[in-house]
Design a protein around this ligand. Structure first.
Ligand SMILES: Cc1ncc(C[n+]2csc(CCOP(=O)(O)OP(=O)(O)O)c2C)c(N)n1
Ligand SMILES: [Mg+2]
Length: 628
């Protein structure tokens, strides 16, 4: 057996370059490149390896400004690639490593593959305590990198080089498995990372990982087909799994042929174009009128590729028909079983094809015309409401957020990718954005992580350079993580960022009012010294100048006309562009018969809190606890 002498870092680069995935006969190199920030933990390990072997292995290196951001970026890239490709990320030990944890959790929650190599303290322990070492007093083998364990779908620490021989293949199995995927973390002690070993040459042979499409069990297909035939008011909820599985055409066929309305979650939005006759729009706490009314009455709810988070189910209040049956189509059994559903554990595309075939064999003609008319009427009503919110009222300043969303969507159309993650924008976008393509709507709402937006813009642009990318971001989240604008400048990545300046955390202020609490700690205000509270005037922040200082083309727009002019300038430029739009702190899209369980204080000296608590207890009574 031939061997080849390489360091651990070099072996990782060589190995990653030879890992491919295959689905539907198409092969893709799985790791597109490596993002990393170097420190003493990785500079001589993966850092040295990337410098020496990166070009030969076609393994490009990218430098972000923040380790959290590089992992968001990798996750967004993977999401846009339907999980068929991702980036690896390397960091130094200690703070560089723990900076990645937030975004690792986000990737795991959203079931998106990211491969993380945080560095770790010396395995030989001779220089202990090395700079940044925790020195846990009782558990001597614990390091800061152990904090990755709960947020990773696979975790390993390489304390001897040869452990890579079994660890790396297992890491790639997890990354490329549609059920198990998420953050995969292999921590690399700084000494081991640069140690050499004689690796078997076979370790670096090309390996193709098949991304499986599990077939549904025929008996369950028959059972579900019978339920569909018997249902009077069936309803589909589509999640992100439909898009990842490239099942959108199969979903269209299924819905159209049998007259079954499709409602959408944040991850599922775009599976059908907004104007598809059977797209009943978004469902749940931040959903629309049509979907939420259909959900209330539905007698058969079929979820496809959804983790059924509380926003999608209105914290389990949107299904009010006590006789409703639930079916879960999901590649993962855990998700398929939720809501006490009949689990159709399978790939979404295969399951939809099998159901369609079974219903065709049974000569099922679809839902009755009364139901189809009701769907059409509700959809028409919902579309009119959305039109109304999107339409600017005159050319004045003090625009409402929904108006800005409408204006931007009109400008960029239904094929540009809009990106968002936290704040009030995701709810408004879910209701008001009109995608016409499964890749036109990219909202991370599993972890709803402030700071995802701009790195995600870079990730999507790298995934599909020819598509227009628009990042929608609140002022609060911008202040938390904006520095990847510098990376966009360095990499020549052209995205357009629309910053909504409403003086702070307005969605949480809304929530605060809903739980009966007067405004406290959410708006960006000066400290009022007399009261010793943050109740002074607004702190002025010049976001336009801030982004310009980082090298962006930075514009300011107050009216619909100014937004259109700014976009014209943005589109004419090849630079990352930011358009700052001041918006009213109050005007957002309301709730459309959705509810979200956020507890209200059960004891308070304040009347407002007590009143809110009474309302909360009435609302909680509608929760379908038996669906837990
Ligand atoms: C990292 C992180 N910290 C805290 C939160 C809780 N949170 C959700 S939205 C939000 C405020 C967002 O403010 P901004 O971006 O200005 O959006 P707005 O609510 O004004 O639309 C906060 C604090 C979060 N989702 N993520
Ligand atoms: Mg804000």
């Amino acid at each position: 057996m031939g061997t080849i002498r390489l360091t651990v870092g070099q072996a990782i680069v060589r190995f990653m370059a030879e890992q491919f995935v295959e689905r539907d006969g198409r092969q893709t190199r799985f790791i597109a490149g490596v993002w990393g920030i170097f420190g003493h933990g990785n500079v001589a390990g993966l850092g040295q390896a990337l410098e020496e072997l990166g070009d030969a292995c076609d393994m490009p290196y990218y430098r972000p400004q923040n380790e959290q951001a590089q992992v968001h970026l990798a996750a967004a890239f993977a999401k846009h690639k339907n999980r068929l490709q991702t980036f690896a990320c390397t960091s130094s030990i200690g703070p560089g490593a723990t900076n990645m944890i937030t975004a690792a959790a986000g990737a795991t929650v959203n079931r998106l593959p990211v491969l993380l190599f945080p560095s770790d303290y010396f395995a030989n322990r001779l220089p202990d305590p090395v700079l940044q070492q925790i020195e846990h007093p009782l558990e001597h083998d614990v390091s800061a990198s152990d904090a990755f364990r709960p947020v990773s779908r696979y975790f390993d620490r390489i304390s001897r080089p040869e452990q890579l021989l079994s660890s790396l293949p297992e890491a790639f199995r997890v990354l490329t498995d549609p059920v198990d995927t998420g953050a995969v973390t292999i921590t690399l002690p700084e000494d081991v990372q640069s140690e050499a070993y004689d690796w078997p040459e076979t370790f670096f042979e090309r390996r193709v990982w098949r991304v499986r499409r599990p077939m549904p069990e025929p008996a369950v297909v028959e059972q579900v087909a019978a339920l569909i035939r018997a249902a009077k008011a069936p309803l589909v909820i589509t999640g992100g799994g439909t898009i990842y599985s490239e099942a959108t055409a199969a979903l269209d066929t299924f819905a159209t042929r049998f007259g079954i309305p499709v409602t959408e979650t944040q991850a599922g939005k775009g599976a059908l174009p907004w104007n598809h006759p059977l797209n009943a729009g978004p469902i749940g706490a931040a959903g629309g009128l049509a979907a939420n009314r259909l959900a209330r009455e539905a007698d058969l709810v079929i979820s496809i590729g959804s983790r059924l988070g509380d926003f999608a189910t209105g914290s389990k209040t949107i299904f009010q028909n006590p006789d409703a049956t639930f079916v879960g189509i999901n590649v993962g059994a855990m998700d398929a079983m939720k809501l006490r559903a009949i689990p159709l554990v399978a790939d979404a595309r295969e399951a939809l094809a099998a159901l369609t075939a079974a219903l065709d064999v049974a000569v099922y003609a679809g839902t009755l015309s009364e139901y189809r008319e009701r769907i059409a009427a509700l959809k028409a009503e919902w579309d009119t409401i959305v039109d109304d919110y999107r339409t600017p009222r005159g050319g004045r300043a003090d625009l409402a957020q929904p108006e800005v969303i409408g204006i931007v969507n009109e400008i960029v159309g239904g094929h540009a990718t809009v990106i968002c993650a936290a704040g009030s924008l995701p709810g408004d976008l879910l209701k008001l954005w009109r995608p016409e393509d499964p890749k036109a709507y990219h909202v991370e709402y599993g972890y709803s992580c402030m700071g995802y937006e701009i790195p995600a813009g870079l990730g999507v642009k790298l995934a599909e350079p020819d598509r227009e990318v628009v990042v929608m971001i609140g002022d609060g989240t911008y202040l938390m993580l904006n520095s990847e604008i510098v990376t966009a400048v360095a990499e020549g990545l052209k995205i357009t960022i629309v910053l909504f300046d409403n003086h702070g955390y307005q969605c949480i202020l809304d929530l605060q009012h809903a739980v009966g609490v007067p405004g406290f700690g959410n708006e960006l205000r000066f400290r009022d010294r007399g009261r010793n509270r943050l109740t002074g005037g607004y702190v002025p922040v010049d976001y336009r100048e801030h982004a310009e200082a980082m090298g962006a083309l930075s514009l300011f727009a107050r009216t619909p006309e100014e937004i259109r002019e700014a976009f014209a300038q943005a589109r004419a430029s090849d630079r990352v562009t930011m358009i700052t739009v001041p918006v009213s702190p109050e005007k957002r899209a309301p709730s459309f018969e959705g509810w979200w369980d956020v507890p209200v204080a059960a004891a308070s000296g304040q009347q407002g809190v007590r009143t809110a608590r009474e309302g909360y207890e009435r609302a909680v009574a509608k929760q379908r606890r038996e669906l837990a």
